[in-house]
Ligand binder design. Sequence first.
Ligand code: MG
Length: 371
Amino acid sequence: MKITDVRAIYLKPKEIKARTDSSQDALIIEVETDAGIIGYGEVDSCPLVTKAIIEAPVSHTLSQGLKGLVIGEDPFEHEKIWHKMYEGTLYYGRNGAVIQAMAGIDLALWDIMGKALNQPVYKLLGGGFKDRVRAYASHMFAFSPEETAEVARRAVDQGFTAVKFGWEPMGPDPEFDEALVRAIRGAVGDEVDVLIDGGLAWDLKAAMERVKRFEPYNLFWLEEPLHPDNLQGYARLAESTGMRIAAGEEECTRAGFQCLMDEGKIDVVQVDVTRVGLTEARKIAFDAHQRGLICVNHTFTTDINTAASLHFMASIPNSIILEYCAEDSIIRRRTVRNPIKLEDGYALVPQGPGLGVEVDREFLREYEYRG
Ligand code: MG
């Protein structure tokens, strides 16, 4: 089997809000083969930048677009293809947007392999650790404690046994931050797990102050309290508290994750497969496992990401809870025809061939941005 085409499809509604909410738009990757099989992936990054990285013509041997590098390759040779993409972009790649664009193609290769073998991707990854994963409803904070409590209550009514809230308006005001956490805990009771995403809001001393304030509310974890470059801060914070510290969504390389684990001393390693790829994500998960750390997904885009994350988590021994993006957006709702199924607070690992999602190509055509 040979790859014959790669398309990067930018889905964009008319209005995008300047909020830290990556569910608003999406970059979908379509890889076509001469066997008639089409694989789908996704990239959660800056969509038009990663699209350009895929479509760019050759400049010289170490500065090529990804599409030109993968056409003609056999999708089963995913390690070789990863290496070829890495080397062919060396002058401008090695991290960030290039790796994220590679991740989208890598996911599509796994989808193709699964479809060709009529097997779900987690089996190809050697998985089967679980067929469902406990899910937390992942939300942005509303703008007041009362509204946030209302959203939390709705999530519990829908059957979730864990909820997460993150980003603005948490950050500048310690009293207000505590009021947000208190409102969530009050709304969901003691039986539901509460996760808080600090959204990079603090320096080390402010983060230490928040950890003390939040301790009585028994958080499941505190995510990204500090800037991702502040590894020393992460280490000092993690060593100062019994509260789990989670991070990783800005990382896309195995080396970056190793630094976060060894220098940042975090407790929970969060991998976004649409920024890392499944080929590398599993290596990172086993690096974490070797260090006794939990490895989970980061997902705030479509069910292509959620499905790939479920296959990932079903194929590693150290995942415990799935981020299920609960923000409503037309892109999230309509990109796939068979959304991920939730049952009693668990997300079911798709059992169909490949990633197990049916992408709605008519919707892609309707919402593709051609500006
Ligand atoms: Mg986060």
